[in-house]
Design a protein around this ligand. Structure first.
Ligand SMILES: [Zn+2]
Length: 458
């Protein structure tokens, strides 16, 4: 029997087991769910033992536990793959918008609806079933596999960073594999190779020592909100170009071949406009939407505070104003460097009569994974064979901080091979996972591990 036959034969059982996994309300941010998160880690550990992983360990942290398992029986002459995923899920609010209760998984139209279905339980579980099939059919794995499945991804992985740094030899590997992203479109398997970074600042503007009567003082005292508006308006031009000196110095320009690849994905501007209810898309001239979204930096105000915002009118000249400003960064910008440049520029353009304090709240550097590594080639081949179509390369506009952590600490390439779809409502009501992609995902994952074996020819 082939591994693919085994998966086909046991598909129904795999779906039922996935539903068991989805029934556990492992909402990491909710203190009332802490015992359920712990129960989910135990369930996972038991299942990893059940599929034949010889070493399984639940590591407690100061937050939620980390589940780790390994099978190194392939031996030292075979590569080692570290699979990373998460078993925690987002909260379910607003609950009345769910068709079925979020922790009572229900199958409709070939999709399983439940919180965590696509993000990330369904995608984690398909790897477990792939490993089970390889062990059942061949008696051993073609490569060494380590599984690191955390319970705090949805709250920013506060305990993963120290865990990885303290366990570098246990986690040492030749490649990291993550299935926590989406395919570009249905039937279009893709590998994500670029993620934007982030720089997040808070700007506080202090003017007079108290709120003032705008009739008695307006015209001679600088208004902090006007000053803040003046500062923000000078950070970015109306056509989307960021005006901070040196901001673009380290931006890697896109080669024409790479640009063509991204533009050939068939990005649909009209659909995006309809989806979000706007009548035009904007951005730097000379760039397409996918280029603007994935390969160009941005600067956006996330929130502002100041003055009188109640009903009616109050003629006040406020004493303070505040704004939160974030920038999405692209390779090879560095978030500390960008934050510093913006802070210096803000000091230069601050109008007289106010003082400005800028805080660097947090940041992440962008990531670009080289596309010509054996780990990526194996993923491409596994996806193409399984989905019977060409595999695409895509980038994402957001950040996945763990990728950077693995990159810096373990110094190996990361493969982002996702089986979700963008419209599967991750983080929203009616989250679901396409069971067709679950089935193909199990096969693609198993094929990937086979192709990573030293003996495989790609
Ligand atoms: Zn996720």
């Amino acid at each position: 029997m082939t591994v693919s036959d085994f998966l086909e034969q046991h598909n129904e059982r795999a779906e039922l087991q996935l539903m068991e996994f989805l029934r556990i309300p492992s909402v990491s941010t909710d203190p009332d769910c802490a015992s359920e998160v712990a129960r989910c880690a135990e369930w996972l550990a038991e299942h990893l033992q059940h599929i034949g992983m010889p070493t399984v360990q639940v590591y407690p942290t100061k937050g939620h536990p980390i589940v780790y398992a390994e099978n190194l029986q392939a031996g030292a002459d075979q590569p080692t793959i570290l699979f990373y995923g998460h078993y925690d899920v987002q909260p379910v609010d607003p609950i009345d918008l769910w068709t079925n209760p979020p922790f009572e998984p229900t199958i409709r139209d070939g999709k399983v609806f439940a919180r965590g279905a696509t993000d990330d339980k369904g995608q984690v579980f398909l790897h477990m079933k792939a490993i089970e099939a390889l062990l059942a059919v061949d008696g051993k794995l073609p490569v060494n596999i380590k599984l690191l499945i955390e319970g705090e991804e949805e709250i920013g992985s506060p305990h993963l960073d120290p865990f990885v740094r303290q366990n570098t030899s246990m986690l040492s590997c030749d490649a990291v594999l993550i299935s926590d992203t989406s395919m570009f479109a249905p039937g279009m398997p893709s590998i994500v190779y670029g993620l934007r970074g982030l720089a997040y600042l808070q700007i506080d503007v202090q003017g007079p020592n108290r709120d003032l009567h705008s009739g008695s003082y307006g015209g001679v005292v600088t208004n902090p909100i006007n000053a803040l508006a003046h500062i923000i308006s000078q950070l970015k031009s109306i056509d989307g170009r960021i005006l901070v000196p040196g901001f673009y110095d380290d931006v890697l320009s896109l080669g024409s071949e790479e640009a063509q690849g991204l533009n050939d994905l068939g990005f649909d501007d009209v659909r995006l406009m309809n989806d979000v209810g706007v009548d035009t898309l904007v951005g730097e001239s000379g760039f397409t939407s996918p280029e603007r979204l994935w390969t160009r930096p941005t600067l956006d105000v996330n929130g502002m505070l100041g003055g009188f915002t109640g009903e009616g009118a109050k003629t006040v000249l406020p004493s303070r104003a505040m704004a939160k400003v974030s920038m999405r960064l692209v390779p090879n910008q560095k978030h500390h460097d960008i934050a510093e440049r913006v802070m210096n520029f803000i000091q230069k353009i601050t109008p007289p009569g106010v003082t400005v304090r800028v805080q660097d709240l947090h940041g992440a550097d962008p990531v670009l994974v080289p596309r010509n590594t054996p780990a990526i080639s194996a993923a491409v081949q596994a996806l193409e064979e399984t989905f019977d179509t060409r595999c695409r390369f895509a980038r994402e506009g957001g950040s996945i901080p763990v990728v950077l952590l693995f990159d810096t600490v373990l110094q190996v390439p990361t493969v982002l091979m996702g089986f979700g779809l963008n419209n599967e409502n991750a983080h929203s009501p009616d989250e679901h996972f396409d069971l067709g992609n679950f089935r193909l995902g199990m096969k693609a994952a198993a094929r990937y591990y086979q192709l990573m074996a030293a003996s495989a020819t790609i």
